[in-house]
Design a protein around this ligand. Structure first.
Ligand SMILES: Nc1ncnc2c1ncn2[C@@H]1O[C@H](COP(=O)(O)OP(=O)(O)OP(=O)(O)O)[C@@H](O)[C@H]1O
Ligand SMILES: [Mg+2]
Length: 326
């Protein structure tokens, strides 16, 4: 078995009556990106803070490369770095000043700190902005300087708490590239996110958490498979035929049907079918029934469920119609 960078068992944090983290187990193999996925208030930040020694657990235990986060907190702190959901660099300092300051505080001599700062600013596309105060940075630049600050001393484990929330697509892609580069250097990354596509892009394993508990864990393929054998995606010509298509798919496939935001699209999740052939036969039958009912289908595809569907199914925040339309 590969070495574990992070190992948590039965981790608990209680705020008053609220069990914010309610018995979380995690095993994160060294050298990988691990995704912790969950909606607002699921307990992601609280869990990460305990793993990074910023909060003391009320129950359970956690180790970073074998060191206990409570008993060996100093050893853990020397290995980990956290880029918080809320930025941590000094607004009034420039990009260069922030990085040099962190370098000096962590024991680098001035020339070494300056060289490392310049190298990171270059790597993060911030050379031009290096002399500007951070308060004048855009959101994407701000996130990049935060991540640069947290990897100034290459950590063994980097916690990235929602690194791309609120960023535009281009800035998100830049952050993703940075994460991939960090992992290539051997750092293990635990990334929290509310975005399924982010976990899909970066993480090799994912834990889905909700209400302080891990409700599913595995590789992306395993999570998708856990929701069913496949999904039939249908796009109709006419939006007003969707209710008829929905009830027809529910009755022919005995499937859960998800109405997409796009008014001509719907997705049927095939549940009982374990074999691909079974799923394909069902899909063919559904297509024939739709044609017979005079419902015009523009595109039709059979695929694995998307991580979005997995997430919605697992966190139960969905508009799935489970029964045949009455
Ligand atoms: N210091 C605190 N005192 C009291 N309650 C807290 C504290 N920190 C978090 N909580 C509560 O714990 C629960 C989990 O919060 P947490 O910040 O870990 O969620 P999250 O998954 O990071 O959410 P988000 O996606 O919004 O960042 C929430 O109900 C929150 O209100
Ligand atoms: Mg959070």
């Amino acid at each position: 078995m590969s070495e574990l960078a992070i190992e948590a068992s039965g981790l608990v944090k209680v705020f008053g009556e609220n069990r914010a983290v309610d018995g979380i187990d995690l095993k994160v193999p060294a050298g990988t990106v691990y995704g912790v996925l969950g909606p607002n208030g699921a307990g992601k930040t609280t869990a990460v803070k305990m793993l990074a020694t910023l909060l003391r657990p009320d129950g359970g235990e956690a180790r970073i490369f074998g060191k206990d986060v409570v008993r060996d907190a100093d050893a853990v702190r020397s290995m980990v770095s956290l880029t918080g959901q809320y930025a941590s660099v000094d607004e009034d300092l420039t990009g260069t000043e922030n990085l040099v300051l962190i370098g000096r505080l962590t024991g680098h001599r001035k020339p070494a700190a300056r060289a490392r700062a310049a190298e990171l600013l270059e790597a993060f596309g911030l050379t031009e902005a290096a002399g500007r105060q951070v308060k004048n940075y855009s959101g994407g630049m701000r996130r990049r300087i935060d991540i640069a600050a947290s990897i100034l001393n290459t950590p063994d484990v980097l916690f990235l708490d929602e690194p791309t929330t609120g960023l535009d697509p281009r800035s998100r892609n830049q952050v993703w590239d940075i994460v991939r580069a960090i992992v290539k250097h051997g750092t293990t990354v635990l990334l929290t996110t509310q975005y399924l596509d982010e976990a899909d892009q970066l993480a090799s394993r994912i834990a889905v958490i909700d209400h302080g508990k891990v409700i599913a864990e595995g590789t992306k393929g395993q999570l998708k498979a856990s929701v069913g054998a496949g999904a039939v995606h249908v796009r109709l010509r006419e939006a007003d035929q969707r209710p008829a298509a929905e009830s027809l798919l529910v009755s022919t496939l005995e499937a859960q049907v998800l109405l997409e935001a796009d008014p001509v699209a719907l997705t049927a999740r095939l549940s009982g079918e374990s074999t691909e052939q079974g799923a394909a036969e069902h899909a063919a039958r559904a297509l024939a029934e739709l044609a017979r009912a005079g419902i015009v289908v523009d595109t039709f595809s059979l695929g694995q469920p998307s991580l979005d569907e997995v997430f919605l199914a697992l966190t139960d925040r969905t508009t799935v119609s489970e029964e045949s339309a009455a």
